[in-house]
Design a protein around this ligand. Structure first.
Ligand code: ATP
Length: 285
């Protein structure tokens, strides 16, 4: 479990603190979505999770290890992988394969185990065919996948993804989002997923909303992401399904609220149409 407990943090450049008493818990195997307006501190918060930044006040512990304990930092970084917003900042190898081997290579693994980890990570992400490519010749989406393979190869218990769909086209975005879900569901990796677009985190176990350096509220995606007014107040959009249903209700259409995905919204609209159609209701099962 990762426990962020009332963390305060200010960058040395001065200005207002980026974190002001932020608290968040990520349980093992849990998928937590983190959403908030530009500059509210999301990136700063997740950089605290693997000791890239340290709290000025409060504490961050990873499975009981305190990020301020220098002796624990290597183990904390082994447990908590980080996927940065800009993959360019994370690619270090001459080739894709070398890049993916970089993290586990630093862990002093025997060569056969290193080979196995790299091959397995490339396959898991679906980029085995890119193994020999030079990273700078890859597309933005491919670079993102390479950095994710690099994180997987270190076999972390948790991964923090900072806006993993940034710079991706819709197909690459869907692929990356599906990959993150499968890392969580099939490998039991705890996920922190920083998103701007609420649609991306409707499948999370829990959603936390950040405002001005602290967690403003958290709860199930359905509770948090259907609160259109709260999201609007923070300059965020609710998922399209929520917008559609709320607008229909404002227009006097008596659809039931609570849909989070377009599939659910369509089902609600269809149910409403059936219920008001002549002879309607009878067809509802
Ligand atoms: P975005 O959604 O735009 O990525 P964010 O929620 O991730 O934003 P942070 O990047 O954590 O927000 O920034 C929080 C605050 O800290 C902002 O006011 C930002 O200007 C400031 N900040 C971020 N990085 C640095 C830095 N390296 N040096 C100084 N100030 C920084």
């Amino acid at each position: 479990m990762i426990v962020v407990d009332r963390v305060t943090f200010a960058y040395e450049t001065g200005g207002a603190p980026a974190l002001r008493g932020a608290s968040l818990t990520i349980r093992e195997g849990e998928y937590v979505g983190l959403i908030g307006a530009n500059g509210c501190g999301k990136t700063t918060l997740i950089r605290q999770l693997n000791a890239l930044l340290l709290p000025a006040e409060g504490s961050v512990t990873v499975d009981g290890l305190d990020t301020r304990d220098r002796a624990a930092v290597a183990e904390i970084r082994r447990r908590v992988g980080m996927s940065f917003q800009n993959p360019e900042h994370q690619i270090v190898g001459m080739t894709v394969e070398e890049d993916v081997a970089f993290g586990p290579g630093n862990m002093g693994l025997p060569t056969p185990e290193l080979r196995r980890r790299v091959d397995e990570a490339l396959a898991a992400v679906g980029i085995a065919a890119l193994a020999g490519r030079l990273p700078h010749t890859l597309s933005g989406g491919e670079k993102r996948l390479v950095t994710i393979a690099g994180v997987i190869a270190t076999d972390p218990r948790y991964i923090a993804f900072d806006e993993p769909s940034a710079y991706l086209d819709p197909a690459a975005r869907r692929r990356v989002l599906a990959l993150i879900r499968s890392l969580n569901r099939e490998r039991g990796i705890g996920i922190v997923h920083v998103a701007h677009d609420a649609r991306e985190i409707v499948h999370a176990d829990r959603v936390a909303v950040m405002e001005a350096g602290a967690i403003r509220c958290e709860g199930s995606p359905r509770d948090v992401l259907t609160d259109r007014e709260m999201l609007r107040g923070l300059g965020l959009d609710a998922p399209p399904a929520v917008e559609i249903i709320e607008r229909l209700r404002e227009a006097g259409v008596g659809v039931k609220g609570g849909a989070l995905t377009l599939k659910e919204a369509a089902a609600e609209v269809a149910a409403h149409i059936r219920s008001v159609a002549p002879g309607g209701g009878a067809e509802e099962r």
